[in-house]
Design a protein around this ligand. Structure first.
Ligand SMILES: Cc1cc2nc3c(=O)[nH]c(=O)nc-3n(C[C@H](O)[C@H](O)[C@H](O)COP(=O)(O)O)c2cc1C
Length: 349
């Protein structure tokens, strides 16, 4: 059942160590500027998210929906998105397409004034699998359900490969993606394995408005599926989960690969405001946080608000200590890239 799977994903992400072995944001060192020559209070953290002006260069990444637990988490995240004036994505809306009565677990975010709402579907659902592909009507339904400004199409083929019930067909996805991108503003997103330069160019050709790199370095879906397989006693899938635990393109390298002339969102492994600053330095227009926010969003509205407040405070400190008073200027920050990230960044140079 899709609902059980979604609940399991959240519980495993909260309670198990599902991170990759290495976080590549740690391979970036930022050069400190001892003489900032500016007033901390005059720092402007406003940013551009594709066509929208937002208060901070941060988005709440797509995580959940389809269960009562998800409804609570989505509500708390929406309250925080309203408070800080930042965009928010919901998790895959397949559950609501297949069972309309689950729609409320997503549309709960309409109870708060989220400045930018982002719908979410999986790339495998664009084409026929064992189940039929999503129709134009299904896509219209998910957009209307949360009055979405953008549609994320997530690419999660590693996860599909290592989960027992995974979809195996990827043939024809780009053609269908470009049809949908001609009707809706689409953001293509990975879910922890990042995009290569080749993939980024294909996505741009397909007409997407932005790319969310969702790179390697944070949550590993191979790890999440490993724990699910372990519980189910499925040794084959457990072995695949272990083999591919650290597979993918590191988030900061993917930001460079995806520099193809459309806005890029930096995500995958962001833990704090300093990581967010590093994402901006590497060329992201905004940074996306997922698992870092999950536990506090599950706990209470106050907890998630404190967590985001701390992230934004640390971002501002990093801006001050690098002598930058606007988000756009962050790209010019002097920094050092160490191995193993260095070789990844240089791969396409
Ligand atoms: C519990 C959980 C559920 C997720 N579900 C979705 C989803 O439905 N759709 C999606 O695009 N990404 C989903 N993601 C992936 C995140 O949006 C993100 O790309 C990934 O977790 C890497 O970011 P992180 O290291 O900050 O967690 C999910 C992540 C978590 C932790």
């Amino acid at each position: 059942m899709i609902e059980n799977r979604k609940e399991e994903h959240v519980r495993i992400a909260e309670n198990e160590n599902v991170s990759t072995n290495h976080n590549f944001w740690d391979d970036i060192d930022v050069i400190h500027q001892a003489i900032p020559e500016m007033n901390f209070d005059s720092i402007d953290t406003s940013a551009k998210f594709i066509g929208h002006k937002i208060n901070h260069p941060m988005i709440i990444s797509s995580m959940t929906g389809g269960t009562e637990l998800a409804k609570k988490i989505n509500y708390n995240l929406a309250a925080a998105a309203e408070k800080f004036g930042i965009p928010m994505g919901v998790g895959s809306m397949r559950a609501a397409v297949e069972k309309r009565e689950l729609g409320g677990t997503f549309s709960v975010i309409l109870e708060r004034k989220v400045p930018v709402r982002i719908a979410n579907i999986g790339a495998p659902q664009l084409i026929k699998q064992e189940k039929p592909a999503f129709t134009d009507r299904d896509i219209e339904y998910v957009m209307n359900l949360i009055e979405a400004h953008y549609l994320i199409v997530h690419f999660n083929f590693l996860q599909e490969m290592v989960q027992p019930e995974g979809d195996r067909n990827a043939k024809g996805i780009l053609k269908r993606l470009s049809e949908i991108a001609s009707s809706y503003p689409v953001i293509a997103k990975e879910t922890g394995n990042g995009f290569s330069r080749e993939a980024a160019l294909e996505l741009k050709d397909a007409g997407v408005k932005a790319i969310d790199v969702g790179g390697l370095g944070g949550t590993s879906f191979a790890a999440i599926e490993y724990f699910r397989a372990k519980k189910a006693g499925d040794s084959e899938k457990m072995a695949s989960g272990l083999s591919f635990w650290n597979w993918g393109v590191p988030s900061p390298a993917s930001l460079k690969y995806c520099d193809v002339g459309i806005p890029v969102i930096g995500s995958g492994g962001l833990r704090n405001g300093l990581d967010l600053a590093k994402a901006l330095i590497m060329g992201a227009s905004v940074g996306g946080f997922a698992r870092t926010l999950l536990k506090s969003a599950d706990t209470s509205q106050a907890d998630i608000e404190n967590e985001i407040s701390q992230i934004l405070r640390d971002l501002k400190i990093a801006m001050f200590l690098t002598g930058k008073s606007s988000v756009q200027e962050m790209r010019q920050v002097k920094h050092i890239i160490r191995e193993p990230l260095k070789s990844w960044v240089e791969a396409y140079e």
